[in-house]
Structure formats: structure tokens, C-alpha cells
Design a binder for this molecule. Structure first.
Ligand code: KIV
Ligand code: ZN
Length: 524
């Protein structure tokens, strides 16, 4: 099969397009929202790694989302930039306005097609929805050549009706047809059969590229995506680390490595360079505040660790005994002792480059100062330490409020006391607070300086490396008025890391106070 895309390119039968929706479906995940700066960093690495289409956001959702899609569209070199739109004229026009800045832009419009959504969510008949599809795809095509249409909840839609919907969308000019497993309900066999039937029955089906979009509620998102490809789909929608609503979306890194590693049974090609996968995973984890589970395929800390004696013995004799991929293929660097307190700026910049980070001058100066402080306190500074430090630096750039100094008095006596100085838009404020334990005292001091109603819904600590002088990496999630934000902080002092993580989350909540209506506009 070959299919002609909007931009004239012909997708070869074995070429899979990778459509990354970390910045849209991923960012909709409660607590995962990102600042503009963070979104630009994620988009840059996605473009560098060779992702074919980046869904940069949902432009009608807020001015912030619109601005992010515009900015990503202006800066991206290779990837197509997509903006999401409901089947509403205002949404489509706004998405068109945002992606028109891109060298190659796409409007992605969707409508629900399943009986349960039609009855309870839309209150529309099947015939009305067919008219909506024709109307909204036509409107999108009048704005741009590259139009993707999605049948939300496709996997719970009767196949005869789904065929009619797809036919209407193709007739109105949709160039990509996405059939999502919105609620993560399908099995691989069912999902494959759905694509085969649709491609078989719908007239002119070969005029469009078919796309999979799978949620992981039953842990089947990647398997379903690959089954959809076996059924003829040639675009896979996925996210870094599988970030996304509820249990998340199909993980991009798993799809890319499955295709690369099992070419014998998955005879497809894709443009993503897997060497970027580890870096992208770390960046998305840092900016979303969602830690990657240790045993996560491809990018988990233990994905390439061989602890058991039998495994280690086999690995030493021949790494292929137990290893189906090489860690360096996905950009994992072997842990090395890096630098000490005598290392200079030049060596530090080289190390950042080697680890894959390029930061602006201000961030570099701050990171170097933090590195020197760390090297003074910590005997051995490892690559992981530098990564934790630079990721905190990236995540906290341009923050309105910052932690300047913290002293904590803790111990068996109680109540514990924290004396905290913060910078608020250039003004320093110091407060003393007590609490039930040193963390509580520290957070109370922050609340004294910046009064707010947010509640703490997650407090998590993990050690970046081994040893008692290891840096602690702390994640904090705050919730206020139905909004959530997650922040991270790293330091050899767990309390300083905790204060930084809390303040980082607070900064995000404050920045998001100007995004009215974001919740209401969330797609599934
Ligand atoms: O899961 C879904 O159905 C979606 C659509 C908006 C494509 O995310
Ligand atoms: Zn989705």
C-alpha cells in the first residue's frame, strides 16, 4: 500500500510515522502540565530525534496553550506541528491560526463516534455527527492541506457506523484518519481487525494514512498500537515515558525499540534516532514531575541492570546472552566519575555536552555555581549528579520565587524549626516557622512567605546515587482549585531539595493561574 499525504510525500508501505503527543495528551495528565519554556525544550528534542509529527497542544484551551503551539511551530525545523481542535469552528480556526507559523502544520480535529459518547456526552444522533464530520473536516481543509480526523472512542463504535464516519472524513479531505482506543479497552486482535475491516470496506481508504492512538488502561497500549500497524495503520500516536491521561498513552520509546529490535517480525522503518530516548525520557520526567518507574522498559533505571549472578556470568561471557538491546543504542552512558571541585567551566560545559545538554549562558552560570557547591560537599560527583543538577536548573529557570537559604533545627526534642529566606521577584524575605518534623516546618515557612491554599498531594524522595552523601531528588505535587503542579528539587540536603521542589511546584501553580477553563477543555 502507498498513500499520498497532504504535503505530497508518499509513505512507503513499511514506513511508520511517529506522532508524538507528549505535549498534548501527555500534558493533559493531571499534575503534568508544563511551562512554555519546558514545552519548547521537549519540542526541540522531539524534533532533533526525528519525530515526524509533534502534537504541540490544544490551542483553544488557553492563551498559554495557543502561544506554546505558535512558538513551537515557529522554531521547529523538521517535524510537522499539529494543533488539536474539537469539532467546533472556533477550535478549528484557533488551531489553524496557531499552526500556520509552522513550515508544515496540521489541524487535528476529533469528534466522538461511539453510542455511549453520542448519547451522554454529545446528545447527538449518528446522522448529526456525520454532518459535523463533513462540516468540520471541510472547514479545516479550507485552512490547511494537512488535516487529521479522529473518531474518539472508535473501538467502542459499531463498525458499520465507523465506516460511514471514516468515509465522510476522507470525502471531506482528511489526509490522516486516526482511530483511537480512547478508553484503553481493545485487545490487539480486535484492534487489528478494526483497521483491516475499515481499510477494506471504506471507498478511497488508500487516500489517507491510518493512525493508531492507544491508551494503556489494560497495559495493552503498545501491543495494540503494533497490532493496528499490522492491520494497515502507518502512523503511531504515542508519548515519551507513556505519559498521558489515566494510565497513559503508548510509550514512544517502547514502540521505537520494538520496531528496531524485532525487525524480523515487525518489518517497518521509522525516523526516530533511538540515541535520544534516554535524554528525552529524563527531560519529560523532570518537566512533568512524573518519575520513571525503575523497571520501565527501555528507559527505567534497571532496564539494563543485571544483578543476578547467573545473568552477570552470562553477560561477561557474551552480552547477547541476556541483552536484546545495547544500552548505548538508547543513549545510556556508563556511569563515570566526573569531576571534582577543581574542575573548571570548560570541563563542566564539555561534560554537559557529553550528557546531551546545551543550556543558555545564564542557566550555565547558575548550574556551574551549583556544581561547585556540590563538589565542595560531595566526595564523588557522578554523571547522575550532574544530570539531576542541570535538570533542576532547567526546570526552575525564570521562576518568580526562589529558595535562597534554609536552616533547619531538627531532632528528638521538637517542635522542629525552619528559618527560610526566599527571593520573590528580586525582593528577599526571611521567616521562621515550626512544624511537625523538619519537612513540615520548611513547608510552613514557605506558606508564611507566600500565603496560598494549595494542598500537598505527593511528597517523594529518592537518592540520585549510592552513599550517604548522595543527592536527594524530591518530587512535590500541589493541588489548588482543581489544578495540579509537580516540582522537583535536588540537593545533598534533603530539606533543601524539598524546599526547592515545593517552590518549583508553587511557581507552576502561580504561572497557571491565568489559564481559565483549561480543565473543561480537556479531551480524553
Ligand atoms: O484518546 C483520544 O481519543 C484522544 C483524541 C483527542 C485523539 O486523545
Ligand atoms: Zn488520547
Amino acid at each position: 500500500m502507498t498513500a499520498e499525504s497532504n504535503n505530497g510525500a508518499v509513505a512507503a508501505s513499511d514506513e511508520i510515522r511517529i506522532f508524538d503527543t507528549t505535549l498534548r495528551d501527555g500534558e493533559q495528565s493531571p499534575g503534568a502540565s508544563m511551562t512554555l519554556e519546558e514545552k519548547l525544550q521537549v519540542a526541540e528534542i522531539l524534533d532533533d530525534m526525528g519525530v515526524d509529527i509533534i502534537e504541540a497542544g490544544f490551542p483553544i484551551a488557553s492563551n498559554g496553550d495557543f502561544e506554546a503551539v505558535c512558538e513551537i511551530a515557529k522554531r521547529t525545523r523538521r517535524s510537522v506541528i499539529a494543533g488539536l481542535a474539537r469539532a467546533i469552528h472556533a477550535d478549528i480556526d484557533r488551531a489553524g491560526e496557531a499552526v500556520r507559523h509552522a513550515e508544515r502544520g496540521r489541524i487535528h480535529t476529533f469528534v466522538s463516534t461511539s453510542p455511549i459518547h453520542l448519547q451522554h456526552q454529545m446528545n447527538k444522533t449518528q446522522e448529526q455527527v456525520l454532518d459535523i464530520i463533513t462540516d468540520t473536516v471541510t472547514r479545516s481543509r479550507n485552512l490547511i492541506d494537512d488535516v487529521e480526523w479522529s473518531a474518539m472512542d472508535a473501538t467502542r463504535t459499531p463498525i458499520e457506523y465507523l465506516c460511514r464516519c471514516v468515509e465522510a472524513a476522507i470525502r471531506a479531505g482528511a489526509t490522516t484518519i486516526n482511530l483511537p482506543d480512547t478508553v484503553g479497552y481493545a485487545t490487539p486482535e480486535e484492534y487489528r481487525a478494526m483497521f483491516e475491516t475499515i481499510r477494506d470496506r471504506v471507498p478511497d481508504a488508500d487516500k489517507a494514512i491510518f493512525s493508531v492512538h492507544c491508551h494503556d488502561d489494560l497495559g495493552l497500549a503498545v501491543a495494540n498500537s503494533l497490532a493496528g500497524v499490522a492491520g494497515g495503520a502507518r502512523q503511531i500516536e504515542c508519548t515519551i515515558n507513556g505519559l498521558g491521561e489515566r494510565a497513559g498513552n503508548a510509550a514512544l520509546e517502547e514502540i521505537v525499540m520494538a520496531v528496531r529490535t524485532r525487525g524480523d517480525v515487525l518489518p517497518y522503518s521509522c525516523n526516530v534516532d533511538p540515541k535520544y530516548l534516554t535524554r528525552a525520557s529524563k527531560l519529560v520526567s523532570a518537566v512533568s514531575g512524573f518519575p520513571v518507574q525503575y523497571n520501565k522498559a527501555i528507559v527505567g533505571k534497571n532496564a539494563f541492570a543485571h544483578e543476578s549472578g547467573i545473568h552477570q556470568d552470562g553477560m561477561l561471557k557474551n552480552s547477547e546472552t541476556y541483552e536484546i538491546m545495547r544500552p548505548e543504542d538508547v543513549g545510556v552512558k556508563s556511569t563515570s566519575l566526573v569531576m571534582g571541585k577543581h574542575s573548571g567551566r570548560h570541563a563542566f560545559r564539555d561534560k554537559l555536552k557529553e550528557l546531551g545538554y546545551e543550556v543558555g549562558d545564564n542557566a550555565f552560570q547558575d548550574a556551574f555555581r551549583r556544581f561547585k557547591e556540590l563538589a565542595d560537599r560531595k566526595k564523588h560527583v557522578y554523571d547522575e549528579d550532574i544530570e539531576a543538577l542541570i535538570e533542576t536548573e532547567i526546570a526552575t529557570q525564570g521562576e518568580q520565587i526562589k529558595v535562597i537559604a534554609l536552616t533547619v533545627i531538627a531532632g528528638t526534642g521538637g517542635p522542629q524549626k525552619a528559618i527560610l529566606t526566599m527571593d520573590i521577584d528580586g525582593r528577599h524575605e526571611t521567616r521562621e516557622a515550626t512544624g511537625d518534623g523538619p519537612v513540615d516546618a520548611t513547608f510552613n515557612a514557605i506558606k508564611d512567605i507566600v500565603p496560598h491554599d494549595a494542598t500537598l498531594s505527593l511528597y517523594q524522595v529518592h537518592a540520585v546515587t549510592e552513599g550517604t552523601d548522595a543527592q536527594a531528588e524530591v518530587s512535590v505535587r500541589l493541588e489548588a482549585d482543581g489544578r495540579m503542579a509537580t516540582g522537583k528539587g535536588a540537593d545533598t540536603d534533603t530539606l533543601v531539595a524539598s524546599a526547592r521542589a515545593y517552590v518549583s511546584a508553587l511557581n507552576k501553580l502561580l504561572a497557571r493561574q491565568n489559564r481559565p477553563g483549561h480543565q473543561e477543555l480537556r479531551a480524553v
